[in-house]
Every structure is written in structure tokens, then in C-alpha cells.
Design a protein around this ligand. Structure first.
Ligand SMILES: [Zn+2]
Ligand SMILES: [Zn+2]
Length: 421
């Protein structure tokens, strides 16, 4: 019989890798607390129309990458390919607009995109997503960006830098789009097939085409920042002043547009030294029109998302030290199998006191048990020897110093007791 394998583009996160995940999750948790963001959990699937409307039908995500299925009731559902549309759906549906603004929310969990699998990119991956809804102030753009900055600083990533751009608003973008279309139309025969298809529907996307034929044309294309209306230009200038004042380095990147339709004004990425050269570790931006697109009142918003698999890969690749997890404090061993009932009781009492404790099973020799304690990284071994049998006592061996002393169970439990959080 053929052996089962995980589906293409998915992966198992094995125990050895979990300490990196735990490190990232702890940093995220404290980041959200420090910046005052509240957690929002959303369904893994939503109605397909939400993403068609919210993400946009001209995008790669909606055109090619969604896991869409018809459920048994005949409704079209899609495994979420991003968080933001769902967050705004939940914001509108749950009446969060009546809360003090901005409403600051974060989410965490699996995201699904049918992409060509490559290093660090999976069809099921995990995203951290943060959104601030209901406020236009560029100080909020700065706050969201500084949260991203602090995230990667706390993770000890090196050589951080922002890439920023402003892609305008409904007042100034149409004029820019016309300029952009005219530029690319005059070179239409040199464009790749994808770009030719997108030219009329979504010309912004031509700016981030990775094909060698299209790149030089994108480099010479008109820049969004030169076509901003006064409001958008002021917004962008104010944001840059905040970044300057906090000495957060940035590059204005006229080709940064992000792949989703809903962005307005500020778009940004954080670049860090990762797996090889500097590359994007998160991306986000402002989406002032999204709530309206989804049938709500005009509601500005801004956020960013980061893929956790790539963060974990970067932590591992940069050999950034993270705290070890899963090492037991105490390994309970017995010299003679007849001490096993006592060993079972002792291990239970230790655990009830919050001490990570492991028990040697199977009536093996003491030597085999000590070897196992060593392999599991136990800090101490509590041995019930001939001497200690029936006396509620143990020999405690420090596994690193190889010194041993006799202790009563009560003293042992007191010494290793851990307050539970
Ligand atoms: Zn504008
Ligand atoms: Zn192209």
C-alpha cells in the first residue's frame, strides 16, 4: 500500500521546531499587549463573495489561488486566503464601529493559497495579522509600522529597513492609473502575457512584475508619489516625518504596490536580512475603501500581516538563540521495578506541584533509565534506590555536575515547585 504523505505545499511542524514557534508567538502576544491590540479569532472559511469583493477579482489571489468549494447546502465557500476582508466583515457584523476608534485587533492562524510551493512558501501557512480600524491620522500609520518594527527588533532580526510608497486615493489614483496605462500601452508588445492581460484592469500590478522583460519598463513608469492629491501628499509627508523622528530607516519604493486591490495611500514592507539577501518579512498598508466595498459605512483602516513560517525559517537560519522548551526538571527513576508504585506517586506529586517531571517506564535497568534521562535533557534525576524504598526519600542527582544527595519527597517537591501561570 502506498504510504500517505502530507499534501503538496503543506508541512508538519515537528517538536524540534516548536521552540521557534513558541518564541514567535510569545513575542506576538507581548507586542499586542504593549500596543493595545485585542485578539480576534475568525472562521477559517468564509463565503467566496467576501474575498471576490474585498480582495478584488483582478488579483492573483482571487483569480488563481483560492481554495473554493461548494458545501453540501450548495453555497460557495473559500478557505481564507488572507485576514483583512474577514476582519472588516466581523467589525461590521458585530457592531464594533460603536467602540472607541481606532478599533485595534490582531489575529493569528492558518491561511490558504494555492501557490507554487517554494522555499518558505506553503499552500497552508500561518499569518499574524494586525489591523487598526476607523482612523485617518497618519500617526496611526506610524503606529502600525512601529509595531512591525518592534516585532522584528524583538525577534532580533538584523538590518531592518522599511520600503514605503503611497498609492493615492479615489481622488488622485484614477489620474495616475491613466498615466500608467499610457506608459505601458506604448510598450505593450514588450510586456509578458500576464502584464498584457492586467494592463487595462489592474495596471498597478505591472509595477511588481518579476519578469526580466517587464522590469525595465516598470522602472521607467510614472511614480504614484508624483500624482498624489494634496491630502495624500500631506499624509505621506507626515508619516515620513514620524519615521525620521524615530530614526527608522526607509526607502521610498515607487514599485511597491502590494498585490491586493483594497490598498489606498500608505503601503509598506519591512525588509530584513533573512535567508540570504534582504527581503520582505511583512507587508501592509492602508485600506480606506474596504469597509464600503463590503457594504459598510466609509471606514478607514490600516494593518499588516507577516507569515510565521518565514519568520521561523529566518530565526533558524540566522541561528538566533531561543529558549529551550520541553526539558523536564526531574526524571523519576527506580533501581528496582518493585519501587514503581512509589515512583508513579512521586511523579504525580511533582506534577501536581507544577514541576515538569518524566517517569522511567518499563522496568528497565537504572543505567538505561539514566541514559534516557540524559537524552531527554532532564536537569535532575530522582532515584528511588534500595536505601530509599518505603521511606518517601530519593537520591537526587544533578545531571550536569554528577553529584548526588538524599532528600525526602517533601523537600524534593518544595525545591522544584513552580508557580503555575
Ligand atoms: Zn489622494
Ligand atoms: Zn510582466
Amino acid at each position: 500500500m502506498k504510504k500517505f504523505q502530507s499534501p503538496k505545499g503543506t508541512r508538519d511542524v515537528l517538536p524540534a521546531e516548536q521552540k521557534y514557534w513558541r518564541q514567535v508567538e510569545q513575542v506576538l502576544d507581548s507586542l499586542a499587549r504593549i500596543f493595545g491590540y485585542e485578539r480576534l479569532d475568525l472562521p477559517v472559511f468564509e463565503s467566496t463573495a467576501l474575498f471576490q469583493r474585498g480582495v478584488g477579482t483582478g488579483t492573483d489571489i482571487v483569480e488563481k489561488e483560492m481554495y473554493t468549494f461548494t458545501d453540501k447546502g450548495g453555497d460557495s465557500m473559500t478557505l481564507r486566503p488572507e485576514f483583512t476582508a474577514g476582519v472588516i466583515r466581523a467589525y461590521l457584523e458585530n457592531g464594533m464601529a460603536s467602540r472607541p476608534k481606532p478599533v485595534k485587533l490582531w489575529s493569528y492562524g492558518p491561511i490558504f493559497r494555492y501557490e507554487r510551493p517554494q522555499a518558505g512558501r506553503y499552500r497552508q501557512f500561518t499569518q499574524f495579522n494586525i489591523e487598526a480600524i476607523g482612523e485617518m491620522d497618519p500617526a496611526l500609520d506610524f503606529e502600525i509600522m512601529s509595531a512591525a518594527w518592534q516585532l522584528f527588533s524583538d525577534l532580533k532580526f538584523r538590518n531592518l529597513c522599511f520600503q514605503i510608497n503611497s498609492i493615492g486615493c479615489p481622488a488622485c489614483r484614477p489620474g495616475y492609473m491613466e498615466q500608467l496605462k499610457a506608459h505601458f500601452r506604448s510598450h505593450e508588445k514588450d510586456l509578458c502575457g500576464d502584464c498584457r492581460n492586467r494592463l487595462e484592469k489592474n495596471p498597478l500590478r505591472l509595477l511588481d512584475c518579476k519578469k526580466e522583460t517587464c522590469k525595465p519598463l516598470a522602472d521607467r513608469a510614472p511614480r504614484a508619489a508624483d500624482f498624489l492629491c494634496k491630502e495624500c501628499a500631506d499624509h505621506f509627508e507626515t508619516l515620513k516625518r514620524y519615521l525620521d523622528s524615530m530614526a527608522m530607516p526607509y526607502t521610498v519604493n515607487p514599485r511597491l504596490v502590494r498585490g491586493l486591490d483594497y490598498y489606498t495611500k500608505t503601503v509598506f514592507e519591512v525588509w530584513a536580512e533573512g535567508i540570504g539577501a534582504q527581503n520582505a518579512v511583512c507587508g501592509g498598508g492602508r485600506y480606506d475603501g474596504l469597509a464600503e466595498i463590503l457594504g459598510g459605512p466609509p471606514t478607514p483602516g490600516i494593518g499588516f500581516a507577516a507569515g510565521i513560517e518565514r519568520l521561523v525559517m529566518t530565526l533558524m537560519h540566522q541561528q538566533i538563540p531561543v529558549p529551550e522548551t520541553g526539558r523536564p526538571d526531574v526524571y523519576v527513576a527506580c533501581q528496582d521495578p518493585k519501587a514503581m508504585p512509589e515512583a508513579v506517586r512521586l511523579a504525580t506529586l511533582l506534577r501536581q506541584a507544577g514541576t515538569p517531571a518524566v517517569l522511567g517506564f518499563g522496568g528497565r535497568s537504572l543505567k538505561a533509565q539514566l541514559r534516557e534521562a540524559d537524552n531527554r535533557g532532564a536537569r535532575f534525576t530522582a532515584i528511588i534506590g534500595e536505601e530509599e524504598l518505603g521511606k518517601q526519600a530519593v537520591q537526587v542527582r544533578d545531571m550536569t555536575k554528577a553529584v548526588q544527595e538524599q532528600l525526602s519527597w517533601t523537600d524534593l517537591i518544595t525545591r522544584f515547585r513552580r508557580p503555575r501561570d
